[in-house]
Ligand binder design. Structure first.
Ligand code: PLP
Length: 223
């Protein structure tokens, strides 16, 4: 099956999951995760009307997206991978939304750079719900303070919260935790759910799902 067919199938599953959860069929945004896939695989998705895409590395996105944006200027590009402070300048210039804001130092650097570039990006605050060492994200114990810092003190355009549950755990608990944390802070958007669990995430209130494999196929293995 081609990429356009995959995309349609994923969109259909999203609508179905919304319906099953008693939510409007358009309650959930699809972020098509095109990381690792070459431009020629991304074009069919854009031609089929997909307008929100996700990349996890600044450098890779820089090599693919300026050209694609020329042809599809209304694309919304989300950074879904960890961001080093030394890449903040490039990230602010290229992306529309950064989903991985997870520490005060990064938040402050982003605010400063957005000010400099006169550009306001939407951000999600990433929460490391599984407290995994190898993963980015603010630890749950520090989340209340971090959210307050970004929303109140730094006045960032905080759209909501984002998480990536541990691969080997039932994701529902993590989704439920993120939902409650967002609710407590009056945040309305939840970026959660990937190819394997987006239907569950939608049941738990996801407003945005990040789907790669189910749209673009398996990612080529790194050598
Ligand atoms: C790769 C990635 C995804 C997409 O994963 P799939 O399982 O291929 O759908 C979603 N979110 C993040 C943060 C990712 O890095």
């Amino acid at each position: 099956m081609g990429i356009a067919d995959n995309l349609n199938q994923v969109k259909h599953s999203i609508e179905q999951a919304c319906g099953d959860a008693g939510r409007p069929v358009d309650a959930v945004e699809l972020v098509a995760v095109s990381k690792v896939h070459p431009t020629e695989n991304i074009i069919p998705a854009l031609e089929a009307g997909q307008r929100v895409c996700g990349e996890n590395r600044v450098q890779e996105a820089q090599s693919k997206w300026p050209a694609l944006r020329n042809d599809y200027p209304d694309v919304q590009l989300h950074l879904i991978g960890g961001l080093q402070t030394n890449k903040v300048k490039e990230a602010v210039a290229l992306f529309d939304v950064i989903e991985t804001v997870d520490r005060p130092k990064l938040a402050r650097a982003l605010v400063k750079e957005m000010d400099k570039q006169q550009k306001t990006l939407g951000v999600y605050l990433q929460i490391n719900t599984g407290e995994e060492e190898q993963k980015g994200g603010c630890l749950p114990a520090e989340a209340d303070d971090f959210i307050r810092l970004c929303v109140e003190e730094l006045q960032m355009n905080v759209l909501g919260l984002m998480c990536i549950p541990p691969a080997d755990e039932e994701p529902s608990l993590h989704f439920a935790f993120l939902r409650e944390l967002a609710k407590r802070h009056g945040l309305t958007k939840l970026s959660m759910g990937m190819s394997g669990d987006f239907e569950t995430a939608i049941r738990f209130g996801a407003t945005s799902v990040r789907v790669g494999t189910a749209v673009f196929g398996d990612r080529p293995k790194k050598l």
